[in-house]
Design a protein around this ligand. Structure first.
Ligand code: GDP
Length: 322
């Protein structure tokens, strides 16, 4: 991928897309194609077709998606299914029609079965039922993976799907009805400290385990994958079991209760934690086996507590916009 290659970052306003843009710009890539959703609605097939025919990107990072936390996923399933299916179907199809050299499709480890053996390998996909709270999102993303595989197989494309674990960082969603746990806790502890509230409510039992990764590490891994030498990239596409699919994890697993204590410490809140067990826990554990990626020489750099501090700094500077 030379510095003048035309690179389309789909979803560049989101947390993942904006991290990708920062990373690519820092690495010297000058020819980025970026469109807001009002300039280009990726759910609109005709619009995506004419965009690709006009722009002819060489590489695509597909980070545009409808995403959200456990409540958003379980109460707005129609949107999660429709928007994700439409976006990815259009983009992947047009990437093939317009001879895109490589495409990286980003999803999440929510695609794996609820009770997958831990750590979860790429080969665990579709081996048992999904976690019901986010099955619509998961089914849409699984369709995208199968689309990448099918196009590679039938048309000889070189499309790869990367599944990061729970992401956080600058640009995260701090709206408590739609957000994931880490930004939600940062905001709750911050506001409780500010208003002197005696306790902060943490959803669920606090026992589920989650693996967190700073979005800058995901951006780094994404560029690493896009730049892999042909021989290694090809080997990812042609694995006999679970081809064209790679986990991107940090291995930094922590219980929700301990995460809450870490966020409490970073924010400097001195009140109590209260667990609301009427709220869902979701899947009990979700640790990705990232050995495929590690074997290629990539490892995360940002440790969780440092990352939480970084996210909190971003929140403090940007919270008026939430
Ligand atoms: P998940 O990883 O797909 O389940 O998505 P979330 O990040 O939304 O939730 C992870 C875990 O954190 C679940 O067990 C939630 O019940 C728990 N959790 C605790 N407090 C909160 C909160 O304030 N917001 C969210 N979204 N989750 C919370």
């Amino acid at each position: 991928m030379d510095c003048n290659a035309k690179i389309f970052v789909a979803g560049h306003r989101g947390m993942v897309g904006s991290a990708l843009v920062r990373k690519l710009e820092l690495a010297g890539y000058r020819n980025l194609v970026l469109k807001t959703s009002s300039e280009l609605d990726l759910r609109n097939q005709a619009a995506v077709t004419s965009f690709f025919e006009q722009e002819k990107p060489d590489y695509v990072f597909l980070a545009a998606a409808r995403v959200g936390g456990i409540i958003a996923n379980s109460t707005r399933k129609a949107e999660f299914l429709y928007d994700n299916l439409m976006i990815q179907t259009n983009v992947i199809h047009e990437a093939w029609r317009n001879n895109v050299k490589r495409l990286l499709f980003l999803g999440s480890t929510c695609i794996y079965p609820k009770f997958a053996p831990q750590p979860i390998r790429e080969t665990d996909l579709l081996t048992s039922p999904l976690e019901p709270s986010n099955d619509a999102y998961a089914i849409a993303k699984i369709a995208g993976i199968v689309q990448c595989r099918s196009y590679n197989q039938q048309y000889g494309t070189r499309f790869l799907a990367a599944m990061p674990n729970n992401l956080y960082g600058p640009g995260d969603n701090y709206d408590l009805t739609g957000s994931h746990v880490l930004p939600a806790l940062l905001r709750k502890f911050h506001e409780a400290k500010q208003f002197g509230s005696p306790n902060v409510t943490v959803w669920g039992t606090g026992t589920p385990l989650r693996e967190f990764m700073h979005v800058d590490d995901l951006a780094d891994a994404s560029l690493f994958l896009m730049l892999l030498e042909d021989e290694y990239y090809e080997s990812l596409l042609t694995y006999s079991d679970a081809p064209a699919l790679i986990n991107v994890g940090s291995g930094q697993e922590i219980s929700i209760a301990n995460l809450a204590r870490m966020v409490q410490h970073v924010v400097g809140y001195e009140g109590e934690l209260a667990f609301d067990t009427d709220k869902p826990d979701g899947t009990p554990r979700k640790l990705a086996d990232s050995s495929r990626l590690h074997a290629l020489g990539w490892k995360h750099r940002i440790e969780l507590e440092d990352g939480v501090r970084d996210a909190y700094r971003w929140y403090l500077h940007n919270k008026v916009d939430c």
